[in-house]
Design a protein around this ligand. Structure first.
Ligand SMILES: [Zn+2]
Length: 502
């Protein structure tokens, strides 16, 4: 198969996503008072409503409606004042009442958008001129959101025994209704995504937004956030849509990118050989790095959708919507811009800190008392060092940042210190001082070492003056050795260069 970059020169990929997010931070289910917890023993959080007993009546969870309205406002959607719940009928044991309660043509949230900033290697995937590129080749891709609707999750089924991967007469199917009735929001994008990287960034941005809103734990791994992708190809310069395939079983950002990349290349090969792309559902196999057919769609599914007679239509008031708006915290984009404006951080660093609300809260706590000029170093530690550790305290990160900022530690030493104090309550500065790791930047003491090394390494000095600037690294090494590791390499570098150039 051809490589993605080559394929995308001739073909335009048209990608749309459907993202399901469980509202895991709520206490109760969508239409009953059962506790929302997937960790409890199977079938312990159930009642006549979520088990679909005849005559049981659903009552909507107001907090879930608040959550979806917040999600809609945060993604620039129009909040529909009037909407209702529908029944989507199907027969499968994961939904005991034989229909899923969902929304019809009008959802709570309609017609929004998220703007993606695409930069770096990912920006090269989009070779066309439909986006305006900046000097570094990055661009902004506005992605329209068709709708976000409310629905309920189905029960979890586990199939045991029989042939691997197939359900046979020997298979036993186990079912846990604890998940049944979990409030779920489904976001559907317009087919505006053009590259696997854009799809990955969209999911990441959506996850950051929902995490910041606090409406879900957004775990792709555990399935509280799930994503299906629709994809088709068309020749560059044409506008008609090709036949699309649907991809299921995507449970990480990397899988999403890789599955789309594979599918784009696969479809291009089929089309270039004169074949036909069938409308089918495909399944991504990460271990074999390919998609395989799950089922071929010949007709549209007929769910006999109709308004649920047990649930009255909703009329959302302005007061309710205003209350939801007031609960929206500072969103990642605004936070990123504030970090850049207030602390002079690099945009990419600021975006990384602002994206995850836990990281942002940690950063803002660590800022206290760190001193304005040291903030970029603190951000550097948080972006490049801290993510490797799971149990650092705010004080420890602040301490290491302070030592780095005053050149008392090298980056490699900072890593060594973090390795040692991660998961303990040891103070970073005390740790460094107790081991004599603190590096001197004292000009007098270091200057004597520099002069000694220059006096001894006359060959290298001559090579440097003859134009071999690389030899500076050797000289810095000699100084470090002479200082027994207690001299700052940056300071040596600067002083050596000054003396050699002077
Ligand atoms: Zn229940």
């Amino acid at each position: 198969m051809k490589k993605l970059a080559e394929v995308l020169r001739d073909w335009e990929a048209v990608i749309g996503l459907e993202v399901h997010t469980e509202l895991t931070t709520l206490e109760t289910k969508m239409f009953c008072n059962c506790r929302l917890s997937h960790d409890d023993p199977p079938n312990t959080n159930v009642c006549p409503v979520c088990l679909g007993m005849p005559g049981a009546l659903p009552v909507p969870n107001e907090k879930a409606i608040e959550s979806i309205v917040m999600a809609g406002l945060a993604t620039n959607c129009e909040i529909m004042r009037h909407s209702m719940f529908y029944r989507k009928h199907y027969f499968y044991p994961d939904m005991a009442k034989n229909f899923q309660t969902t929304q019809g043509p009008v959802a709570f949230c309609m017609h929004g958008h998220l703007d993606l900033e695409v930069s770096g290697a990912g920006a090269k995937e989009r070779p066309d001129a439909t986006v305006e590129k900046d000097a570094d080749g990055g661009y902004v891709a506005p992605i329209r959101i068709l709708r976000i609707h409310m629905e309920e999750d189905a029960a979890k089924m586990v199939h045991v025994g029989g042939e691997e991967g197939r359900i046979t007469a020997a298979t036993e199917s186990l079912i846990d209704y604890n998940r049944c009735g979990t409030p779920l929001i489904e976001l559907v994008t317009e087919p505006d995504l053009r590259t696997p990287e854009e799809a990955r960034l969209f999911m990441e941005k959506l996850r950051q937004t929902f995490l910041t809103l606090g409406i879900s734990d957004c775990s792709l791994e555990s399935g509280s956030m799930r994503c299906d992708g629709n994809i088709s190809l068309r020749r560059r310069g044409t506008t008609e849509f090709g036949t699309k395939t649907e991809m299921k079983n995507i449970n990480s950002f990397k899988s999403l990118h890789d599955a789309l990349e594979y599918e784009i290349c696969r479809q291009a090969e089929v089309l270039e050989e004169g074949g036909i792309v069938y409308q089918e559902t495909r399944h991504w196999e990460p271990s074999r790095r390919r998609t395989v057919v799950m089922r071929v769609k010949e007709t549209a599914d007929d769910y006999r959708l109709f308004p649920d007679p047990d649930l009255a239509p909703f009329d959302l008031t302005d007061e309710f919507i205003d209350r939801c708006r007031a609960r929206i915290p500072e969103l990642p984009d605004a936070k990123r811009d504030r970090y850049v404006a207030d602390y002079g951080l690099k945009r990419a660093d600021a975006a990384q800190l602002a994206g995850d609300p836990k990281v942002a809260a940690f950063f803002e706590e660590a800022l206290e008392g760190v001193g304005e000029k040291n903030v970029p170093t603190l951000a550097n530690v948080m972006v490049n060092l801290a993510p490797s550790y799971d149990a650092l305290t705010v004080g420890q990160v602040r301490g290491v940042a302070g030592l780095l900022a005053e050149d008392a530690l090298t980056f490699a030493q900072a890593r060594e210190v973090l390795d040692a104090i991660n998961g303990t309550d040891e103070d970073a500065v005390a740790y460094v001082d107790a081991r004599g790791m603190r590096q001197s930047t004292d000009e007098g003491a270091l200057g004597a070492i520099v002069d000694e090394v220059l006096g001894r390494c006359t060959d290298q000095v001559q090579q440097y003056r003859d134009g071999n600037k690389k030899v500076l690294g050797f000289l810095v090494g000699q100084c470090m050795k002479a200082a027994k590791g207690s001299g700052n390499p940056k300071a040596f570098n600067k002083m050596l260069a000054e003396r050699l150039e002077g």
